[in-house]
Design a protein around this ligand. Sequence first.
Ligand code: GLP
Length: 244
Amino acid sequence: TLFSNAVQASLYTAKQIAELILEKQKQGLPAVLGLATGNTPKKVYKELIRLHQYEGLSFHNVVSFNLDEYYPIGSENDQSYTYFMNQNLFSYIDIQPKNIHVPHTDSSPDQITQYCLDYESKIAGFGGIDLQLLGIGRNGHIGFNEPGSSFDSTTRLVNLDSITREDAITDFGTLNKVPHQAISIGIHTIIQAKKILLLALGERKSEIINEAINGEISIQVPASILQTMPQVEYVLDNEAARLI
Ligand code: GLP
């Protein structure tokens, strides 16, 4: 779905999320959301906060699973995704703290494998993700599933690609402060979501969006697998869609 600007695309995305939450509330069921970080979803979260504060939208039945987190990083670090989610969404809505899941990367290396398996089981325990919000990296990554990630991958520790680390300099200040690893839910985990909204905004994303949508399906462009998935909707502004 194409929008003339980032605000329109973000409002539309927030509306889809709000509608799912309300529908699940009517059914007395939890709404299981897969959430993303980065600049792209910020306006979506702003609109969700507005809907909560001014339109009475409750997040009481929302269960959230974030896609990824740097490794290692303390949750108090202002570059951690735990911090990001609190700052950009969770602190302003009535989601129950017990329903929030962001991968914690304080596990020691020998506990990580078990931690990742547990994260997967928790998602499965809620019947999988109802709606997954996704951004896209300039190298085609979704979550932190970097080029080369298997389409069968599940939650695991990953090595970050050099383009990803370079793009993170704006957040961390210098390259040597950018972590080399992250925990990310897998591509398999993502594509099992019942509905996927891939949001891409701005000229910076136009090349990779064209490749992901029109290019060949390859693990070198992780988002390309989404071409085969009927539950995927690309939500783009004009700039991101310029080359497709
Ligand atoms: C990070 C996140 C991704 C996100 C990507 C794009 O690498 N792990 O989930 O999609 O950045 O970020 P931005 O939206 O800031 O362009």
